[in-house]
Write a protein of this length. Structure first.
Length: 292
């Protein structure tokens, strides 16, 4: 999962750098299209049987995953990448909360308290971004990008709950199904949803970076699917948060840019509450195992 986190951070940084050349639906389409080709090739090369119509849970996983992805790419191309990654990687907290309506598992008091802390963190991130950037540009819209990042995290929670339900299916087949659905849906959004026109002409470097987004996303998705299908969800989720630190470090090295104090504190509250929920869930499952 650590390898997957590095590739996801790399993908996010590339997406942010291309916001003036490509629209977010186009980035999502190319990212998904490359992932589809690679995942299908891997499946065919290893003799894995692809799935399409059934089970229905796989469709819920793919559609919720695509919605999370396109919301995430909108946020990445309209706000600071490290903060967006902190918001989109709140999915362990959302998995715990959404288990109530989806799995009829009532969250613990610790989960609700962690949700309250994370809400304070999200408010601080939002308030700080509005205070600093009160006149958003076409490619810098924190007023919408931050809610989209939060929504992406919630939808990731839905996708991961359903990913656990289809763990009997090969990881390559799951990624191929998800990427194929995401490519088709992203093309529809690209054709029908109006977006801000690119302000920089497309060059060779931009095309290479766009292709690298698809490659990095495919490797990251395969690592994520494999990790969640066969490893401890708690440990995998904690390691997944490392992409926030990787992105922040790279931004600091390349651009000497760091978030505002308010955004930094809010981001830390979000990450801390997410980690707390992860370890609380692990302790709960371990105690239940010992009792059984």
């Amino acid at each position: 999962m650590l390898i997957g986190s590095v590739f996801f951070a790399f993908m996010a940084l590339l997406a942010e750098s291309l916001k003036e050349q490509f629209t977010y639906p186009w980035i999502t389409t190319i990212r998904s299209g490359i992932a589809t080709l690679l995942a299908v090739s891997i499946a065919w090369g290893t003799g894995v049987r692809l799935v399409f119509l059934r089970p229905a849970t796989l469709w819920i996983r793919s559609i919720s995953g695509w919605l999370s992805m396109i919301c995430g790419f909108y946020a990445l191309t309209h706000y600071d990448v490290e903060i967006v990654l902190a918001l989109t990687n709140m999915y362990p907290l959302w998995v715990a909360v959404l288990s109530w309506p989806l799995l009829r598992i009532l969250p613990s008091r610790k989960t609700w308290f962690a949700l309250a802390i994370s809400c304070v963190g999200m408010w601080m991130v939002y308030a700080s971004s509005i205070a600093v950037h009160d006149t958003p540009s076409a490619f810098y819209r924190p007023q919408l990008a931050i809610p989209m990042g939060i929504l992406a995290g919630m939808l990731s929670g839905v996708a991961l709950i359903n990913l656990h339900r289809v763990k009997h299916i090969n990881a390559s087949a799951i990624v191929a199904h998800f990427s194929g659905v995401a490519t088709a849906c992203s093309l529809v959004v690209w054709m029908l949803v109006p977006t801000a026109s690119p302000t920089r002409p497309v060059d060779r470097q931009g095309i290479v970076q766009l292709l690298c987004i698809g490659l990095a996303a495919t490797v990251g998705q395969l690592c994520l699917t494999k990790a969640f299908s066969g490893g401890s969800p708690a440990r995998v989720s904690v390691v997944g948060l490392s992409q926030v630190a990787v992105a922040a470090l790279v931004k600091w090295i390349l651009e000497q840019r760091v978030p505002t104090v308010g955004s930094m504190i809010g981001m830390l509250l979000v990450v801390a509450s997410t980690v707390w929920v992860i370890f609380s869930q692990q302790e709960k499952s371990e105690s239940q195992s010992e009792t059984a």
